[in-house]
Design a protein around this ligand. Structure first.
Ligand code: NAD
Ligand code: MG
Length: 297
């Protein structure tokens, strides 16, 4: 493959390798992973689709958020990323890639479970980038637990705060900076429709993200701000390799999809570019499924 436009067979575009049963400590880093998630740093080719735009991507240090950060920068956007302090190594790599694309990179570590940090994250982005046009709510927590009896109150609360409350706090803080033409993109999941038996806390957060997206999109459309979502299927990322799945389930991750293989973060980035760019001006409240072919409602 030479870039994302290369014509080839999606079944074999990325290898259907048997993944190792990694069991990293959450949130996990790509620095610790073999094989590495494919972020598109070796392939993504920009064509000016986001020229001069200013984006904030939460969880932009790794996985889907990192692939989006690389793509946005190569499309001409300045990019701020948020991540947890223990992910500094991954974040540095993405900052370097954004800068290598000739754009401004801003790194703002912190915990999105903290409302004050979420508000400061937005203000700091606006101060450093001179404004905000694209918000990608992508940070997420996923920890599989076998039975409801073992799902403790702390995890339930942490998952809700990370996946739902943070999106609310960050979006609310961003709103006063977003001009007509701005876009908000939320990362939801196939789990919103097909909850796994071991993700009883995580799956409902993704259903909440879907309905938050639809409701807010109706409210903001008349103001010229578009809200949409991307719903990934099984993607090889640190989240999956650090307890998102039971480790013994990782070798089979993605094999149940019609494509028969796990997805790579690089395959998500074009969906975010499309929704962020004015070319999708009439697309509002939509969920773009990028899941290897699993039917969704
Ligand atoms: P990832 O681990 O690479 O990225 C998730 C990021 O979330 C982390 O890098 C981290 O920076 C951030 N994060 C988590 N808790 C945080 C906290 N308390 N404070 C600040 N940041 C925090 O994994 P990913 O798979 O790329 O995840 C990105 C999004 O994609 C998540 O919302 C996830 O739910 C969603 N998703 C992933 C898959 C998949 O199969 N990998 C499928 C569907 C949806
Ligand atoms: Mg990370």
């Amino acid at each position: 493959m030479t870039d994302q436009y290369t014509f080839d067979n999606p079944v074999t575009r990325y290898p259907a390798t048997t993944l190792p049963p990694l069991d990293l400590e959450a949130p996990g880093t790509e620095a610790e992973m073999t094989p590495k998630p494919v972020l598109g740093d070796e392939t993504y080719r920009g064509s000016g689709r986001l020229e001069g735009r200013r984006a904030l991507i939460t969880g932009g240090d790794s996985g889907i958020g990192a692939a989006v950060a690389i793509a946005f920068a190569r499309e001409g956007a300045d990019v701020a990323i948020s991540y947890l302090p223990e992910e500094e190594t991954d974040a540095r790599r993405i900052v370097d890639l954004i800068e290598a694309a000739g754009r401004t990179a801003v790194a703002i570590p912190g915990d999105v479970k903290d409302a004050a940090y979420c508000r400061e994250l937005v203000e700091s982005t606006v101060r450093q980038l001179g404004g905000l046009d694209i918000l990608v709510n992508n940070a997420g927590k996923q920890q599989s637990v076998e039975s409801l009896e073992d799902l403790d109150d702390q995890q339930f609360d942490d998952t809700m705060r990370t996946n739902v409350y943070a999106m609310f706090w960050i979006t609310k803080a961003a709103l006063r900076h977003l001009k007509p033409g701005s876009t908000i993109i939320n990362t939801t999941s196939i789990q919103a429709y097909m909850g796994s038996p071991t993700l009883v806390d995580y799956a409902p957060t993704k259903a909440a993200i879907n309905s938050f997206t639809t409701a807010l999109s109706q409210q903001l459309a008349p103001k010229g701000i578009r809200v949409n979502a991307v719903a990934p299927g099984p993607i090889w990322t640190a989240l999956q390799a650090s307890g998102g799945q039971p480790p013994e389930a990782l070798p089979e991750l993605g094999q149940q999809t019609p494509l028969g293989r796990v997805g790579q973060p690089a395959e998500l980035a074009p969906a975010y570019v499309f929704l962020a760019s004015p070319e999708s001006s009439y697309v509002i409240g939509e969920t773009l499924n990028v899941n290897g072919g699993m039917p969704t409602p």
